[in-house]
Design a protein around this ligand. Structure first.
Ligand code: SAH
Length: 223
């Protein structure tokens, strides 16, 4: 994928004014970390969805990205990112559920390095092409079932799971550094899921429930 400057900057509905409105909405909904808000204003979300959807890219909605999956709503991306950064600077992050690649792109601007895994090949390939075209050089991707994490690059200061498992996979807990935090929506589909923050302490794990959420299911195996 080769993008012209016009495509990268965006035209019409994807203009800076449209992005500024998204930033104002995030602040109005309570996002306080200005580094997160300004990053969301800079990263071209319209390039993470199909062209037909681009005019809606800066509205506060989840959008279809194919294969029955969705790009997360901007507010959810901002909130989860803000929570991950709450305890100060983060170096290494693992994301499970690359999807469009948007969440990873946002994180790449705010941490040292992002490792992101996706179980559906076509989504993995599209996201990898976007990271290349947009030159997000500190994002590393892999086509794999994230139930097993990505052990060779761990432990991670932060883990973000963008699909909802019924219970948190043990390998992800094990790959969290002491003092690190995981943000993960937990629960069955078609019921209320709970967004949880799990912090690894010297002796175990402590969990805080943040809010009710609705994410696509966390599935095992590759496709
Ligand atoms: N973070 C993404 C959100 C995509 S939706 C974005 O910003 O666009 C969640 C993604 O998780 C889907 O693409 C789905 O295929 C993927 N997923 C679900 N279970 C998974 C698993 N076990 N391992 C890796 N990816 C998984």
């Amino acid at each position: 994928m080769i993008l012209s400057p016009v495509e990268i900057a965006g035209i019409g509905m994807t203009s800076q004014r449209t992005r500024d409105r998204m930033m104002d909405r995030l602040r109005a909904r309570g996002i306080e970390n200005e580094a997160v808000v300004s990053t969301m204003g800079r990263v071209p979300r319209h390039l993470f969805v199909d062209e037909a959807m681009a005019t809606r890219a800066y509205e506060d909605d989840a959008l279809p990205i194919g294969e029955g999956q969705t790009i997360s709503q901007p507010y959810a991306v901002a909130r989860m990112t803000e929570v991950l950064l709450e305890n100060g600077p983060v170096e290494r992050v693992l994301e499970v559920g690359t999807g469009s690649g948007y969440q990873a792109a946002i994180l790449s601007q705010l941490v040292d390095v992002v490792f992101t895994v996706e179980r559906i090949r076509s989504l993995y390939e599209k996201a990898r092409n976007r990271f290349r075209a947009l030159q997000y050089r500190n994002v590393h991707t892999r086509h794999t079932d994230g139930s097993w994490g990505w052990v060779s690059n761990g432990p991670y200061d932060a883990i973000i799971v963008t699909a909802a498992p019924i219970t948190v996979p043990e390998p992800l807990l094990e790959q969290l550094a002491v003092g690190g935090r995981m943000i993960v929506p937990v629960g069955k589909q078609k019921t209320v899921q709970t967004l949880k923050v799990i912090t690894r302490t010297a002796t175990g794990y402590s969990t805080v429930d943040l809010s009710d959420v609705n994410f696509v299911p966390f599935l095992s195996g590759k496709s």
